[in-house]
Design a binder for this molecule. Structure first.
Ligand SMILES: *[C@@H]1O[C@H](CO)[C@@H](O)[C@H](O)[C@H]1NC(C)=O
Ligand SMILES: *[C@@H]1O[C@H](CO)[C@@H](O)[C@H](O)[C@H]1NC(C)=O
Ligand SMILES: *[C@@H]1O[C@H](CO)[C@@H](O)[C@H](O)[C@H]1NC(C)=O
Ligand SMILES: *[C@@H]1O[C@H](CO)[C@@H](O)[C@H](O)[C@H]1NC(C)=O
Ligand SMILES: *[C@@H]1O[C@H](CO)[C@@H](O)[C@H](O)[C@H]1NC(C)=O
Ligand SMILES: *[C@@H]1O[C@H](CO)[C@@H](O)[C@H](O)[C@H]1NC(C)=O
Ligand SMILES: *[C@@H]1O[C@H](CO)[C@@H](O)[C@H](O)[C@H]1NC(C)=O
Ligand SMILES: *[C@@H]1O[C@H](CO)[C@@H](O)[C@H](O)[C@H]1NC(C)=O
Ligand SMILES: *[C@@H]1O[C@H](CO)[C@@H](O)[C@H](O)[C@H]1NC(C)=O
Length: 454
């Protein structure tokens, strides 16, 4: 290209690039009322479309205002900016959402580049309106299953979704009360999720925090998640998950704080979880690999957690670490889990670490370094069960231990403390390690202690 042409190109591009960031489309200019009761869908969508056609920018929902809406479809380079004090409220009627269940989101970006959500305000799914019968064990939820798209109680809209998109940004925003899953990335590449607060109902099933489906190069940092179901959940139903980094987050959940799967048809490679605090959760760090995908190259570092037992209707029994490869059906393909490193981990928990491969899919090369596990019981639920749920042998009567091991090839223990709070074990049968030798090989211990504490 001749130099003059290059200069012309730069001149043409410069103003566009410059003004996209500063170009603001306020939904009130398109007729939004923000009164919380009339639908502002048409105004919001018109602002998004105008912004997209202008080459991108910000679509502002100013404060104060409660903007009730049916599904908003984002466009490339359009960032939805909900101002501090403003709320985008998701509709609670089935006709507020597209016909296909896979597109049921309050905010949806499909095939976009550079779309995002930010602004300091809140996106609210009005999840309470989907509770048929509240229960502190597990709420009974509305089901839109008459469509035939979905079954049972998994038939509700998600909150925010990015599908087949690149350069996704979600930052400085509160995502509140999703009816079902909260933030969902599907086959995305290069996403940054930063300083996002997620609040779901603690008693609502399927109230996941962030689900990362078949996506590469995802960064999640500085997030706070308090919700009923799995908080950060990489899945591989439709594609592999590569290069996920999660740092500096705080999590409380009635289910698993981190959970790989269970949808796991493709591989999970190079995932890092660092500096994460998990409080009062049912399970801490989990993998349930059930569909033939393989997991490799995963690091969990600098993690503090406290896991407690809530209720038998939620899977799990307070395991701080729970890794299984139980196949979904008896004939399902079996995936392996290999090269997983746990370093600088401490937990206080009502149950032990559970590591179980299956006959054709072993756990390979697991390493625990600088790990401090304190066992104590403070709820009234009985112990004495292995919980394989979902699937496989489900619940099995079994002594409980500090680490329960099955079908493993290569486990290295280096500087690991087990601390038993003897006074508070309530009859728990306290074996530090439980395994049948025939299913374990290459077990190595260096600097391991099992201690009584107060
Ligand atoms: C997204 O792109 C795919 C493949 O090009 C196409 O089939 C689909 O209709 C697109 N979806 C939307 C909402 O544009
Ligand atoms: C729909 O869900 C309701 C409530 O969970 C259930 O009673 C009903 O059998 C379901 N119907 C179908 C067709 O799945
Ligand atoms: C995080 O986002 C909130 C708004 O959701 C904002 O008030 C706060 O200043 C942000 N924190 C940082 C460290 O950027
Ligand atoms: C992620 O990377 C893998 C491996 O290169 C590739 O097969 C897959 O298509 C990528 N997915 C996306 C959504 O870019
Ligand atoms: C994962 O990250 C590494 C290092 O940055 C990079 O070389 C690789 O291409 C990435 N994988 C994918 C699928 O993008
Ligand atoms: C760890 O994460 C917390 C937020 O949960 C943050 O305040 C702290 O600065 C982080 N520590 C490091 C060393 O990054
Ligand atoms: C998982 O690994 C096994 C054994 O190497 C391989 O046969 C299988 O194809 C892998 N699965 C995927 C989804 O790549
Ligand atoms: C683990 O903790 C030690 C001691 O605090 C520290 O020196 C080391 O860098 C940490 N390792 C990782 C991977 O964070
Ligand atoms: C355990 O049961 C006792 C007696 O019923 C009750 O006082 C206590 O609050 C219960 N503890 C928990 C953590 O539920």
């Amino acid at each position: 290209m001749a130099a003059s042409h290059l200069l012309l190109l730069l001149l043409l591009l410069a103003p566009v690039a410059d003004s996209a960031a500063t170009r603001v489309f306020s939904v009130t200019d398109y007729g939004a009322a923000g009164d919380g009761s009339s639908y502002d869908t048409a105004a919001i969508q018109a602002a998004v479309n105008a912004c997209g056609e202008a080459g991108g920018g910000r679509v502002l929902l100013p404060a104060p205002g409660d903007y009730l809406t049916a599904t908003v479809h984002l466009r490339s380079r359009v960032v939805l900016e909900v101002a501090p004090g403003a709320r985008l409220l998701g509709g609670t009627r089935q006709r507020d959402y597209p016909a296909e269940r896979r597109r049921w989101y309050v905010v949806l970006a499909e095939n976009t580049t550079g779309a995002g959500v930010t602004g300091g305000g809140e996106i609210n799914g009005q999840g309470g309106a989907f509770v048929v019968r509240p229960s502190d064990q597990k709420n009974v939820m509305v089901s839109w299953n008459a469509t035939g798209h979905c079954r049972g109680d998994e038939c509700r809209p998600r909150l925010v979704g990015f599908v087949d998109s690149e350069d996704v940004t979600v930052h400085d925003i509160t995502l509140n009360q999703p009816a079902y899953w909260c933030l969902h990335l599907v086959r995305c590449d290069h996403s940054v999720i930063r300083n996002v607060s997620i609040y779901g109902d603690f008693d609502t099933p399927n109230n996941d925090g962030i689900d990362i489906e078949g996506s590469n190069n995802t960064i999640i940092t500085g997030c706070s998640i308090d919700t009923g179901d799995d908080a950060i959940c990489p899945k591989s139903l439709t594609g592999p998950v590569h290069n996920l980094t999660v740092t500096n987050c705080r999590i409380r959940t009635k289910s698993s704080a981190i959970k790989f799967g269970s949808a796991s048809s493709f591989n999970f490679e190079r995932l890092l979880f660092d500096n994460i605090t998990i409080v009062d959760s049912h399970r801490g760090l989990g993998m349930q690999i059930r569909d033939g995908g393989n997991v490799s190259n995963v690091v969990f570092s600098n993690i503090k957690m406290r896991t407690r037992y809530y209720h038998p209707s939620w899977w799990g029994r307070a395991e701080p670490i729970y890794i299984t490869t139980c196949p979904r059906y008896p004939g399902s393909k079996e995936g392996t889990i290999s090269d997983v490193f746990f370093i600088n981990i401490s937990s206080v928990s009502e149950n032990g670490v559970f590591l179980a491969g299956s006959r054709h899919s072993l756990l390979r090369n697991l390493k625990f370094k600088n790990v401090d596990l304190t066992y104590r019981r403070w709820t009234n639920y009985t112990g004495g069960l292995y919980d394989y749920r979902p699937g496989c042998q489900e619940l099995v009567k079994h002594k409980t231990g500090g680490m329960m091991l099955e079908q493993i090839s290569g486990l290295e223990i280096d500087n690991v403390r087990m601390r038993w709070s003897r006074g508070e074990l309530k009859g728990w049968d306290v074996n530090p390690l439980l395994f049948r030798p025939s299913t374990i090989d290459r077990l190595s211990f260096h600097d391991w202690q099992s201690l009584n504490v107060q």
